[in-house]
Ligand binder design. Structure first.
Ligand code: TRP
Length: 444
């Protein structure tokens, strides 16, 4: 079965793909990862990876999708044969698992937004803030309930369809996100001492470059461009033949970088202005950021804007993950969109609930020393996503290059040298780096 849904415009595709890319990765993970990995030593390789291998893999995924016109399973099977259909199924599984625990963190965003609306999110006592965050994640019922709320928002968007759901939501929310982020940055940069935060983010000294920071940057590039889980294959399958894939892909990569940098600028200068720990880890946006807002004039208002940003970013990413699974159920199991989403809603609620409970009531239940949430994240980040990236690279770079090339040049022709460079990135550099990352994952 082929897929008839289509984006109404190139912009729709770009915003939906950027919506997928810009998520908790950019706003929640990037600032504290950049901090933990030596600022520029992480950011510069991240930008380089995004514009080289990352960008080329984006083009590869989108091309496979548009050529195969179907869910990631049908598209990869059509382009590469039955074995690649199987690898496509692995991508669906990856998206499904990621969404199950992504939705738990999404739930925290809903909860904090709710507090921000009531004006109770910012308190100047760090211990209270830490305790609040701890109380939220360890309270099983609350954690599960917020997860359900976030998952329902995600399902509610996807059930409306590609154009009237995903595209429409992205078209309104992504520009809103940008404006809100800029407003918060202006606030953050005009605080005394803000410049220290900017320096912290962008300072660059050669000594701090090390293989770990580079590999982390590589992993983050994958996560932040939503590679390796069939997202861009699925979104590419809804792309009009008139759209120039290289050009649209450059937009997506540029928007992703832009958002991560904006997120860093939103948070770090304010953190430094108040002499707080930039190394706040996962609690940065839930503990440190509220503390900042408690000290800033009009802080409650900016807190509200901030948590709207966080939720918007998380939602458009979760939507992309759900679309991968939904398109698969429509194409391969011949379910209607409505039934497919309903099935996802129920089963993802259950799987996500296990992750949600693994912070509190079930935190004693560990596998390889990891809670259920950490285990799923570990498996996806270290194995499933690299494997997905690898299968795309092998398919696009080696087996089906003529088809990919045809997709890339269908609207505009590019010089043979540029196309060769793109192919080398996809066929050689991407697999080598992914293999290194996989090995690192295995050896810990
Ligand atoms: N890119 C998103 C973020 O930064 C997360 C995400 C969405 C993702 N879809 C993905 C990550 C697919 C990996 C694979 O938050």
């Amino acid at each position: 079965m082929t897929n008839n849904a289509q984006w109404s415009s190139r912009l729709g595709f770009i915003l939906a793909s950027a919506g997928s890319a810009i998520g908790l990765g950019a706003i929640w993970k990037f600032p504290f990862w950049a901090g933990a990995n030596g600022g520029g030593a992480f950011i510069i390789p991240y930008i380089l990876f995004t514009f080289t291998i990352g960008l080329c893999l984006v083009m590869a995924e989108v091309s496979i999708g548009r050529r195969g016109r179907g869910s990631v399973v049908s598209a990869m099977r059509r382009v590469g044969g039955p074995w690649f259909g199987l690898l496509g199924a692995l991508a669906v599984l990856t998206a499904y698992i990621i969404l199950s625990y992504y939705s738990v963190v999404g739930g925290w965003c809903v909860s904090y937004l709710w507090d921000a609306i009531r004006g109770s999110v910012a308190t100047s006592d760090p211990e209270v803030l830490k305790a609040n965050f701890g109380a939220l994640v360890t309270n099983g019922t609350e954690n599960v309930a917020w997860h359900l709320a976030f998952l329902s928002l995600t399902c509610g968007t996807v059930v409306l369809g590609v154009e009237s759901g995903i595209e429409r939501v992205s078209k309104y929310l992504m520009p809103t996100l940008f404006v809100l982020m800029v407003a918060i940055i202006v606030r953050s940069l005009t605080l005394d001492n803000a410049w220290e935060g900017v320096k912290y983010l962008f300072h660059f000294d050669l000594d701090s470059i090390n293989s770990k920071a580079i590999l982390n940057a590589m992993g983050f590039t994958f996560f932040s461009l939503s590679l390796g889980a069939g997202i861009l294959v699925t979104y590419g399958s809804y792309l009009s033949d008139k759209t120039n894939i290289p050009n649209a892909s450059v937009w997506v990569a540029a928007l992703a970088i832009q958002a991560a940098l904006l997120a860093g600028l939103m948070i770090m200068p304010a953190v430094f202005a108040f002499g707080l720990e930039p190394n706040g880890g996962p609690g940065l946006v839930f503990v440190t950021v509220p503390l900042v807002f408690s000290k800033v004039p009009f802080g409650a208002f900016f807190a509200l804007l901030f948590y709207i940003c966080l939720l918007v970013a998380a939602l458009t990413s979760a939507v992309s993950l759900l679309e991968v699974v939904t398109a698969f159920l429509q194409n391969e199991w011949h379910l209607s969109r409505r039934t497919a989403v309903l099935l996802n809603w129920v089963t993802l609620f259950l799987l996500g609930a296990v992750s949600a409970l693994s912070f509190g009531p079930w935190s004693g239940f560990t596998i390889f020393g990891m809670t259920f949430f950490d285990l799923l994240d570990f498996i996806c980040t270290n194995f499933l996503m690299p494997l997905g990236g690898m299968s795309i690279a092998v398919l696009a770079g080696w087996l089906a290059w003529p088809k990919i090339r045809e997709q890339l040049t269908s609207v505009k022709s590019y010089s043979p040298a540029l196309l060769t460079l793109i192919r080398i990135m996809i066929a050689v550099l991407a697999p080598v780096l992914v293999a290194v990352a996989l090995l690192q994952g295995i050896m810990g």
